[in-house]
Design a protein around this ligand. Sequence first.
Ligand code: CMX
Length: 434
Amino acid sequence: MSRLKQKLSEKIPAYRERITKLVKEYGDVVVDQVTIRQIYGGMRGVKSLSTDISYLDPEEGIRFRGYTIPETLQMLPKPAGAEMPYVEGHLYLLLTGEVPGDDDIADLVDDLRDRAVVPDYVFKMLYDMPKDAHPMSMFSEAILAMQRESLFVRQYNSGMNKGSYWEPMYEDVLNLIAKLPEIAAHIYRMKYRENKIIAPNPKLDFGANFAHMMGIGQPYDEISRLYFILHSDHESGNVSAHITHLVGSALSDGYYAFSAGLDGLAGPLHGLACQEVLRWIHGVMKKMDNKLPTQDELKQFVWDTLDSGQVIPGYGHAVLRKTDPRYTAQREFALKHMPDDEIFKFVSMLYDVVPPILREHGKAKNPWPNVDAHSGVIQWHYGVTEYDFYTVMFGVGRALGVLSNLVWDRAVGQALERPKSLTTDMLEHIAGLK
Ligand code: CMX
């Protein structure tokens, strides 16, 4: 058994006991109430989910297993000479809550390498898709196509004990995560690089291998590690995490659940915003004949966008109420590695211009930038100029968190999700209108 699986086997019984006690002895304790506004407002703020993998504080931003982003980046082990930590180490942290030692990392790197071979039929299917298929739909379909590989399904069908659900789920999750860099890079090279595919290099770690298969030199390996870690998890209520959990709650396997989660990530209010940011910036630059606008000109473009009833992509958040630390981490990288990049200067200008305007506009509860306001500019700088692809990379990173959650969902026996609906009549009655 791998060191990671062994560690989980040791931890799961104690967690089960905690939750059993909580539900059995305190199951009737009231946690929250729901208002009519929340029912129509996307259940914003309703406390009705549980995860220990990450927690999103509105003022501070995300903590992974209790650690802030700067702490996570600082304490996780790094490949020799690297600036950014192993993605594998971050996965270990998300799954176990512990910082891996060198032996744990070596074991997990080997384990993922052994699981990384992508079945041929996946590529065949991708080549059969229409040429104008969006890379997110290709990515999601590739994962769905691999559903036939699910060990969870095989063991479930042969009569598995409930207490063992997490084990084949763990196997599915690691098998799936291991294959994502190659599938994503393959989609990129077949769609945007005349199908000149670069074979994986099994000697490289997760992030470096992705950079290698993308065909981009250093420091793109560092960006890949940073990008996947930053995008890994954002609590349980965001669309991609929630869908993965919801579909999994029907005991659908990890392939079904994650493919569905990606479909949610593809929406413009969620992961697609990173492509929308660059589309918007390029729109402005085109109008400016590729020159940087002045602050006043930029203010006007922002107002024009708002006045035409559109959102400023990359700004605002459903939970956060300050600058997203994932934005800040990428900004620090850009300041160090690409301070003179023209689009980075534009992104920096937006940081000065947009928040006061959104405040004056008076609608957005959070006028500060989120992760998507910065992700695209770094990718663009290193040659990934096809912004349709950005959400796919978001998806590779997001897999780490949502699939770790799926393992724990099955480990602690999370139930089939089934909230109750009311009719408008009933709500009017509750409101005292009828
Ligand atoms: N520009 C203009 N208006 C905005 C805005 C923005 N960036 N952010 C929010 N608003 C508006 C909303 O559209 C809403 O308007 P209506 O009342 O007319 O519907 C109002 O402000 C209140 O919204 P909110 O409560 O502040 O934000 P929500 O929780 O409803 O939505 C989000 C959050 C992220 C969808 C929203 O801020 C937005 O659309 N941002 C732009 C898209 C974006 O950057 N998405 C990436 C999110 C990051 C992620 O993927 O996790």
